[in-house]
Design a protein around this ligand. Structure first.
Ligand SMILES: *Cc1c(COP(=O)(O)O)cnc(C)c1O
Ligand SMILES: [Zn+2]
Length: 559
């Protein structure tokens, strides 16, 4: 049998509940017998000799299609690939030593084409869409899935409608938009966002990505297991055989990663490639930990968290549904532990990972490292255990607040040294396109550079009457005197801060209706956002200043 050209003739789906089997096709969304919507792919591998297969795969490229006999694409001509998967399994030195672990490995999923392990899901899902002839897809995401889908879809010529909850950092939404996705931001939780995306897809008759319930997602994630087993075998068994770690750790939101990894090890057990299943260390963000809470109560069904209290958007699935039941069963059967880490612990772990291992991770991944540290301290993980951490995603500019403001040494240049930059020219031309209309504006901002920048941007239109105040108290007084058409205020100011300015204005009937735009460098907590909601016109992040989007939204508010 020539494996290199092996394409599947038939792939079956098996119900995770009643084990009914049906043929894989696009229309299947649930079990025809019991209605269960999580179905698993089953391949006909009867013609395959495992030893020959192993030898054959060794000759192939190090991407996840190395294991294509167990992936749900019928014809390999439909594969959309950017070299995803085949990520390094790094052996930890310093962090392992500081934790007293002999065999700590980091599966470096940051090295995917868009910087997270969602690239695996994207290559399989988008290839499957191509195979099915689907040319438009709706996806709900906290960031990484949509970014990865948008990139792969761009290559496949498929249009993506990406729905994000408002907690998703703007930089991530922008990244998806860059690849050409339609970005829809929903002011609500991730669970509500999924709901809305589904309704949108239904009303427009567009294909809806089913996330964890889609066969492609689970099949894609299981390739992490195949790679770990092969790589650990190389490292610990001299390449003689494949090897299961004692632990697989991951920061968990919907649970797609570990469910896929569990399926991968299960299949390898069936093929006789490995001889045991790993225990799972599943770590959630303390502000959104429905799985951990259910586990601690000994319950097999999780109670949904209605209002996640974490700034780690990637891990903000409040209702894990069936995924938790499956993971709970897994842990009962093969061992494991659910634990949580606070946002603060995660940020500390970010620094630890960066400074001991030289790897910069996103907060969802930092949670995993925080969980690792906790499980070692609590002696859940023992010194001799072979541990693999899913290093699921790379840092993005979202993480700027982790280091506070002290991370850089800045060198000030006077204005004449600074060449005019292109983005600013872009914004000026955008401004010029807007109809002129004189308006009075008060800017309350203690940072003089920022104030000047906003003023300059607005003055480029040449017709605003701009008043500056350097602190909150002066600002409120100025607003009372000037009665502007709009107030632009910073949040973080000494003494009377932006929150106080807003409260004072809202309490004064003569100025309470003046629209307020908040400009801040601060990543707001959920509580702070709640405090502002309904009170202000718009929230803008500093740093996204010099871009057209900023100007456009500001100018639109003024007309
Ligand atoms: C999606 C994601 C997770 C959570 O994955 P699940 O297995 O779906 O719970 C963790 N880290 C990163 C970087 C992610 O993108
Ligand atoms: Zn069924």
């Amino acid at each position: 049998m020539d494996f290199a050209t092996t394409d599947h003739n038939q792939i079956e789906l098996e119900c995770t509940n009643c084990h009914t089997r049906i043929a894989l096709n696009k229309k299947v969304t649930g079990c025809p017998n019991c209605g269960e919507n999580m179905l698993e792919a089953r391949y006909d591998l009867s013609g395959i000799n495992v030893q020959t297969w192993l030898a054959e795969t060794k000759q192939r490229k190090h991407d996840l299609w190395r294991y294509r006999e167990v992936l749900p694409i019928f014809n390999s001509a439909n594969i959309i690939s950017m070299g995803e998967g085949g990520t390094p399994l790094l052996k930890s030195q310093a962090l392992a030593a500081s934790l007293g672990l002999k065999n700590l490995y980091i599966k470096d999923e940051r090295q995917g084409p868009t910087g997270s392990f969602k690239d695996r899901q994207a290559t399989v899902a988008i290839s499957a869409l191509k195979e099915m002839g689907v040319n438009e897809v709706v996806v709900a995401s906290t960031g990484n899935v949509a970014i990865a889908y948008a990139a792969y879809a761009a290559r496949a010529g498929i249009k993506v409608w990406a729905f994000f909850p408002s907690l998703t950092p703007g930089d991530k939404m922008r990244e998806a938009a860059l690849y050409g996705a339609e970005v829809i931001k929903i002011t609500g939780t991730y669970d509500q966002t999924k709901e809305l995306a589904a309704r949108f897809a239904k009303s427009k008759g567009i294909f809806l990505d089913r996330g964890i319930k889609s066969v492609a997602a689970i099949e894609a994630m299981k390739t992490i297991a195949y790679e770990i087993a092969e790589q650990l075998g190389d490292d610990l068994e001299g390449g003689e055989r494949w090897r299961t770690p004692d632990w697989f750790l991951q920061g968990v939101s919907g649970g797609m990663g570990p469910i896929g990894v569990g399926k991968g090890f299960q299949e390898m057990m069936n093929f006789g490639l490995v001889d045991k299943m790993p225990a799972f260390g599943l770590i959630q963000s303390a502000g959104c930990a429905p799985m951990v809470e259910a586990f601690n109560r000994g319950q097999s069904i999780a109670t949904p968290i209605e209002n996640p209290q974490t700034i780690i958007a990637t891990l903000a699935t409040g209702n894990p549904g069936r995924a938790y039941e499956l993971l709970y069963e897994y842990v009962q059967q093969y061992g494991g532990h659910f634990t949580s880490a606070t946002d603060e612990e995660a940020f500390t772990a970010t620094l630890i990972a960066a400074r001991t291992e030289g790897i910069s991770v996103e907060p969802a991944t930092a949670v995993t490292f925080a969980g690792l540290i906790r499980m070692v301290r609590e002696k859940v993980i023992l010194p001799d255990d072979v541990v693999v951490v899913n290093c699921s995603g790379h840092t993005m500019s979202v993480e700027k607040h982790i280091l506070g403001d002290q991370w850089q040494h800045s060198v000030e240049l006077t204005e004449q040294h600074v060449a005019p930059t292109l983005p600013e020219e872009g914004l000026l031309s955008a401004l010029q396109q807007v109809e002129s209309n004189v308006r009075r504006i008060v800017i309350i901002e203690d940072n003089q550079d920022a104030a000047r920048l906003i003023k300059r941007i607005l003055q480029a239109r040449g017709n605003y009457d701009i008043h500056l105040a350097a602190d909150g108290a002066q600002g409120v007084q100025l607003v009372r005197e000037v009665r502007p058409d709009m107030v632009i205020t910073d949040l973080m100011m000494p003494d009377v801060d932006g929150f106080a300015v807003i409260e004072t204005m809202k309490g004064d009937p003569t100025i309470k209706d003046i629209p307020i735009v908040v400009v801040t460098a601060k990543e707001l907590t959920v509580k702070e956002r709640a405090r502002l909601s309904g009170q202000i016109e718009m929230l803008l992040q500093k740093g996204s200043f010099i871009d057209e989007e900023f100007i456009e939204s500001l100018v639109n508010k003024l007309h």
